[in-house]
Write a protein that binds this ligand. Structure first.
Ligand code: MN
Length: 243
């Protein structure tokens, strides 16, 4: 791999931690064995860093399987098609650059470029087991920005609960290197030039119904309350320290 993609390096490091912890890396995209370019290309869907049932009981295996192998896989496929149509060379372009300039591309690129980026981030923002709390510099920054970890959680939870329709809640490191919380609609994200909420997304929560409906039905607040138990704070911390 060339060195143009720091996000990929983070992925490898984080996955390495997962291997060390004994987490099975068993779930590959359906087309991964066909010799496609999945390995390392940020425009392609990467292996899920845990089994479909790895996040149970918070997120059930059926939801994970459909979410990853159907919804997220479709965003990746449609992103690939949009890149072909709009002459984005996925072997040299940076996905972040496309998102930074998304107003210059089609709605298809916006919906699927965002959808792909957001889901790839989302899988890594979670891990099996019981979540702890942020530590070190991130913990200090959260206290400084929000008053306390609990106050941050409340603000983030409200951002997810109050996002009308489909979208995402985010913890973002903005251009002034300050932590902020907010939400975006549909598959938009804070990297996009069309987004009101701008910065580097550190932690993202999918609040589309497809992320929780099978287990939680209409009870989005219950999904969010339980989701805190699977947040991968080590991953979020690394993003913060590299941000
Ligand atoms: Mn989703």
């Amino acid at each position: 791999m060339s060195n143009h993609n720091p996000g990929r390096r983070r992925f490898i490091k984080t996955t390495g931690t997962g291997v060390a912890a004994g987490i099975a890396l068993t779930v590959l995209p359906s087309w991964a064995e066909a010799g496609s370019n999945y390995a390392g290309n940020p425009f392609s869907q990467q292996p899920l860093p845990y089994d479909y049932k790895g996040l149970e009981p918070v997120i059930d295996a059926m939801t994970m399987e459909i979410h990853y192998s159907k919804h997220a896989a479709t965003y990746a496929k449609n992103l690939s098609d949009a890149c072909t149509a709009e002459k984005v060379d996925i072997n040299s372009a940076k996905l972040e650059d496309v998102l930074h300039n998304i107003s210059k591309y089609s709605p298809k690129m916006r919906n699927n470029g965002g959808g792909h980026y957001n889901h790839e981030l989302f899988w890594q923002c979670m891990k099996p087991g019981t979540a702890t709390k942020p530590e070190g510099k991130l913990a200090a920054a959260i206290d400084l920005s929000f008053g306390s970890f609990d106050a941050f959680k409340t603000q983030f939870t409200d951002a997810g609960k109050n996002r009308f329709g489909s979208g995402w809640a985010w913890l973002v490191l903005n251009g002034d290197k300050k932590l902020i919380v907010g939400s975006t609609a549909n598959q938009d994200n804070p990297l996009m030039d069309i987004s009101d909420l701008k910065g580097t997304p550190l932690l993202g929560l999918d609040v589309w119904e497809h992320a929780y409906y099978l287990k939680y039905q209409n009870k989005r607040p219950d999904y969010i309350a339980n989701w805190w138990n699977v947040v991968n704070w080590e991953f979020v911390q690394k993003r913060f320290e590299q941000g």
